[in-house]
Design a protein around this ligand. Structure first.
Ligand code: 5AD
Ligand code: SF4
Length: 514
């Protein structure tokens, strides 16, 4: 949060973030913007004037979580606190959020964050909202949907998830305009007030060419700086809400990315993570650099010791990325390449734009790299029509690739996505069974893979200290957690050499070498 003025520490906000790395970084920008507008961030909902949730709608479960949170704290509205929903659920549900959670005053999708300062002014212009009774139908709907929890997805490994926000954007925002008043002559959003209830929406900008860039990013990780290089997604996988919620793909110029990388390095960060829904679909609007060239250039910024990037799409994964990793030692030897399924038939139904063979070709490139590249992935089980044979192909693919981490998800039907219309839904119990089988197989693979590190020496970035265990927490270039003991306390954020002495399915154990 360095260097950001706090002009009026009286106004306070609380922000909770759900979902992927993109959302985490969006929140850093939102926090920076709010601080610039005179707000102070607080740690507890009870201390805040404004309570914000930056939401994820990639799966139903993630979406329901937000409505649970809103319901939990509804009572605080009587104290004049205001509630806002940002991010993917905001974009997806639009003004319907006001029906399900009438104490919400602000609904804003990620493409409209640059309008937040205006929205805040409007929000402040009205006193604490006392909304009318929730209509009976909406209450019933909320109750029904609150029950509709799905089991949590699971992961064996590391990494992040995609963000999400959704569709009916056009229709919802048109509706919102009618209900809540249009933009004013400066393109600002107008609030609509019904009695004491104020409702402000920012949902209209998913087609914008601009990425949300702000000089006020409040970076929450003191050592790893996130840089969004591309926003949105044009791929439209059959199961996914992201293209609807995050809008069309748009990249920043390589010049502005490099300027931010240099700025981050000057601030003392030694690790940079480049972010995008499909980070490797990056296209420099100025036409200067390819993704691989930009990656290499960021890796050469003085002071930067590690560069990561996530998430890559297999269709756009070129060999030049591996060549960049080979050529530039600061580029971490880890690639997250979501496969989703090992069956070409299912990949086709998912509209993933590649076959199993094409995916495996990318894996072969990685395996021929000079350094051993750690590979992680995402898998969805139970996509409509997935047969036992398809599932067996996915299990076989896990063996063939030898992943260091797999994030596993049960298919969750999402609004407006093409897969909603598909027949042959897989029963919930069968999805759960496949998930268990897949995780058990991957666990065995990881036990073997992690064991191979015993006896080797790894450089880690020291990320934290576990008092209870008397261990330091480190992260390798491969993106593995390496917990270690040290005779002399290392400084957080520095790099240490660690001798690996033990392994678990998800982490390594070691001793610092002086
Ligand atoms: N159901 C289940 N998993 C999904 N993902 C995206 N959409 C869905 C869905 N509707 C998973 C994909 C993606 C990860 C971030 O979330 O595996 O790579
Ligand atoms: Fe979703 Fe597919 Fe785009 Fe990834 S590539 S964000 S899974 S639509």
């Amino acid at each position: 949060m360095s260097g950001v003025p706090q002009s009026n520490p009286q106004k306070t906000f609380y922000l909770e973030t759900f979902g992927c790395q993109m959302n985490v970084h969006d929140s850093e920008k939102v926090v920076g913007t709010l601080i610039q507008e005179g707000y102070r961030q607080v740690e507890a909902v009870e201390q805040a004037d404004l309570i914000l949730y930056n939401t994820c709608s990639i799966r139903d479960k993630a979406e329901q979580k937000v409505f649970h949170r809103l319901a939990d704290y509804k009572k605080l509205q009587a104290q004049g606190k205001k509630f806002g929903v940002l991010g993917c659920v905001a974009q997806q549900e639009g003004e319907k959020i006001f029906e399900r959670a009438p104490h919400v005053s602000l609904v804003c999708g990620s493409a409209s964050y640059n309008k937040l300062p205006d929205m805040l002014v409007k929000l402040e212009g009205v006193s604490g909202a006392l909304p009318p009774e929730t209509p009976r139908a909406a209450r019933k709907d909320a109750a029904l949907r609150d029950d509709a929890f799905i089991e949590p997805e699971t992961g064996v490994g590391s990494i992040d998830a995609h963000p999400a926000k959704t569709a009916q954007g056009g229709a919802a925002s048109a509706l919102a305009d009618r209900a809540f008043g249009p933009m004013d002559s400066r393109g600002r959003l107008s609030p609509h007030q019904t009695g004491n209830l104020v409702r402000i929406t920012g949902l209209d900008d998913r087609q914008t060419d601009k990425c949300f860039e702000t000089e006020f990013t409040a970076r929450t990780n003191p050592h790893r700086g996130y840089i969004t290089i591309i926003e949105g997604c044009d791929k439209f996988c059959a199961y996914c809400v992201v293209p609807f919620t995050r809008g069309k793909e748009r990249s920043r110029t390589s010049e502005s990315v490099l300027a931010e990388a240099r700025q981050i390095a000057d601030l003392g960060y030694s690790e940079i993570q480049l972010l995008g829904q499909n980070v490797n679909s990056y296209k420099d609007p100025a036409g200067k650099q390819s993704f691989a060239e930009l990656l290499a250039a960021v890796g050469e910024v003085p002071g930067i010791k590690r560069v990561r990037f996530t998430t890559s799409h297999p269709r756009d994964f070129g060999r030049d990325i591996i060549e960049a990793i080979d050529a530039v030692p600061t580029l971490c030897d880890h690639v997250h390449l979501p496969v989703q399924s090992g069956s070409t038939r299912v990949l086709d139904a998912m509209q993933r734009l590649y076959s199993r063979e094409q995916y495996m070709e990318r894996i072969a490139w990685m395996k021929s790299a000079k350094r051993e590249i750690s590979i992680t992935t995402d898998v969805i089980v139970g996509f409509p029509g997935e047969t036992e044979a398809d599932f067996a192909e996915t299990l076989g693919l896990l063996d063939e690739v030898g992943y260091d981490g797999v994030f596993t998800f049960k298919y969750s039907p999402r609004p407006n996505t093409p897969a909603l219309g598909l027949e042959d839904a897989i029963p919930e119990e069968e999805k759960s069974r496949r998930l268990e089988v897949l995780m058990a197989r991957q666990r065995e693979i990881q036990i073997a893979r992690y064991r191979k590190y015993i006896g080797t020496r790894c450089e880690v970035m020291v990320e934290g200290h576990n008092e209870a265990r008397g261990q330091w927490i480190g992260r390798t270039s491969h993106n593995k957690t390496l917990n270690f003991t040290a005779d002399q306390a290392p400084k957080i954020g520095t790099y240490a050499q660690v001798q690996v002495t033990g392994s678990f399915p998800n982490s390594l154990l070691g001793e610092m070498v002086v």
